[in-house]
Write a protein of this length. Structure first.
Length: 159
């Protein structure tokens, strides 16, 4: 992952942000699942914090969070100095870093992960799914589906 970002060194963050916004509007916005919107609203009605936790870099997840009125976005972040990418990651939010990022956030914001819900489609999120009270496999890849069935986790299929 980090090697791919090295190619951005010296590029303008502003330019990439503009391209990302266009891509989000053209390719992502209309693909958002109504079921996801309902799930977010369900948690909001229960006066629960909503947090998008993703390995993606900040640009798409922050746009998605803004559109869906999600309270916080935790994601990998590209390092920027003077408006230019350095080619390095400032912070990582994947693998073991995803759990530590969530735990740090939870401690700072008074969130009890042992009473929280986490939705994922990927077996790679197994550490985070195991960390919360209510793991939910959504449109799971085959490995997550198999694991979720064995563990008795909720499995949902969102269109």
């Amino acid at each position: 992952m980090e090697n791919s970002f090295s190619t951005l060194a010296g590029e303008s963050e502003y330019d990439l942000t503009q391209k990302g916004q266009r891509w989000f509007q053209e390719c992502v916005e209309h693909e958002i699942s109504y079921d996801a919107v309902k799930a977010i609203e369900h948690h909001r009605q229960r006066v629960e914090k909503t947090v998008l936790l993703t390995a993606s870099t900040q640009y798409t997840p922050e746009a998605l969070s803004a559109m869906l009125n999600i309270d916080h976005t935790l994601c990998s972040r590209l390092e920027v100095v003077d408006g230019k990418f350095t080619g390095r990651l400032e912070s990582r939010c994947y693998g073991k870093h995803k759990v530590s990022t969530a735990e740090e956030f939870a401690q700072l914001h008074g969130v009890d992960l042992d009473r929280s819900t986490f939705y994922s489609d990927s077996y790679l999120d197994l550490p985070m799914l195991n960390r919360v009270h209510t793991p939910v496999a959504v449109n799971p890849d085959w490995r997550l589906k198999r694991h979720a069935k064995r563990a008795g986790w909720q499995i949902e299929y969102w269109s």
